[in-house]
Design a protein around this ligand. Structure first.
Ligand code: OKP
Ligand code: ZN
Length: 396
């Protein structure tokens, strides 16, 4: 299987985050990526490939340009204003209860956007204290997203040339992760929502249009190529298997009927205020957002049965996706240092997850892009990834 990976993604390396009230070493570390890459490279079954560049255009279909500009410039402004060189962290958020009135809040928000103070912008554009912006963050987040888009491109090419009923899959080894990032907010170690941008990319572009957008080497000039709104090209299922609820992905597509978003996650837990089963989408999007909150004492068997039920459920069957994007978080593991289902203890469960993803919702041939999200128990990340991919390929 092809694995999209770039060393540029290792350069984003904040020293600490605020966790349970104090500064802790940053759990979302570059070692996570190298551990998985080295594990896969130690077998001869994976081709490790660099990302190409599909420009800023697909990113701007999901994120606002003012937010992107903030990510690009925040660190330098922060240092100019006397901030700690470890990077930008907010100190104060616009809590809804403390906004005097809607009109007044709007004026403050406009001021925060326009004037130069990074601390005001940090509170506006970030929702937690785990998502430090360093001098290397923008570049790593951009290339992480380009790795996912390269995965989409390879997936479409492989799918076009493959024989039916052979599983077609690609793995984008992304870092930083993406599923907590909203259209104009970062958080949960996420800056650009790699899966959301990939989903919109699949909806917007035919394969030939993807080819013409592609720039062979990732450039730091980030040229913007305009995309007009197009008729949807594909139906996309996003399956979010990270332990945490993908509040960013949910919010980006909450009013849309494509993609269909399905998330299995531990509750009650971070990010605390989303992920209930009654959050089903709204307007056109009603019924296209499925949350499966699971207790923290969920076992291997219970997890697999919940996954099976939702993948073979009425909504997923009726939706009949053309392509699947998996937000592959591996922090479901019982030993995860910041998350984990306490009784999910069998590595074979990850193999079964992969198998279910291949066989879900009937036998229709569906290409699958696996996109790396969380997972912090570094010693076994490689085994978990390999099991999911082997299960998907039907390899014992
Ligand atoms: C990102 B991803 C919880 C600590 C919270 C941030 C966690 C972000 C998770 N005890 N710190 O979904 O893996
Ligand atoms: Zn997570």
């Amino acid at each position: 299987m092809e694995v999209i990976y770039s060393e540029e993604c290792l350069k984003h390396a904040p020293k600490y985050e605020i966790l349970s009230g104090s500064a802790k070493p940053y759990f979302e570390s570059p070692q996570r990526l190298t551990a998985i890459k080295n594990h896969l490279a130690s077998t001869d079954r994976y081709a490790i490939l660099p990302p190409a560049d599909y420009t800023l255009a697909p990113i701007l279909r999901v994120h606002t340009s003012e937010f992107v500009e903030y990510l690009q410039t925040a660190y330098n402004k922060w240092v100019e204003q006397g901030g700690d060189s470890q990077g930008v962290l907010p100190e104060c958020f616009p809590h809804p209860k403390l906004l005097a009135e809607l009109g007044g809040a709007k004026a403050w928000i406009e001021t925060a956007k326009r004037d130069g103070n990074v601390l005001a912008k940090a509170g506006l554009y970030c929702f937690d204290m785990s998502t430090t912006i360093t001098g290397d963050t923008w570049n790593a987040a951009y290339i992480s997203c380009q790795a996912a888009l390269t995965g989409v491109h390879r997936l479409l090419q492989l799918d076009a040339s493959s024989s039916a009923n052979k599983p077609v899959g690609v793995y984008a080894l992304c870092r930083p992760p993406g599923h907590h990032a909203g259209e104009d907010v970062c958080g949960g170690y996420c800056y650009i929502n790699n899966v959301a941008v990939s989903a919109q990319f699949l909806i917007d572009y035919e394969l030939e249009q993807v080819e013409s957008l592609r720039i062979k080497d990732v450039s730091l000039a980030h040229p913007v190529v305009e995309v007009e709104k197009r008729t949807p090209k594909r139906k996309v299922l996003i399956l979010d298997l990270d332990y945490h609820h993908g509040n960013g992905t949910q919010s980006i597509f909450y009013t849309k009927s494509n993609p269909l978003y399905i998330s299995l996650h531990g509750t009650p837990d971070y990010p605390w205020f989303t992920g209930a089963s009654h959050e089903r989408g709204s307007g056109e999007g009603e019924g296209y957002n499925i949350n499966i909150p699971l207790s923290k004492s969920t076992t291997d068997a219970e997890y697999l049965s919940a996954l099976h039920d939702v993948l073979d459920g009425e909504t997923a069957l009726a939706f009949n996706a053309d392509v699947v994007l998996v937000s592959l978080g591996l922090d479901t593991w019982h030993m995860d240092p910041i998350a984990g289902f306490q009784r999910l203890k069998s590595l074979e469960t990850y193999w079964r997850m992969g198998e279910m993803i291949r066989t879900c919702a009937g036998t229709k041939h569906r290409p699958v892009l696996f996109v790396q999200e969380g997972g912090y128990w570094i010693g076994q990340l490689g085994d978990m990834v390999e099991n999911v991919l082997d299960g998907f390929l039907g390899r014992e």
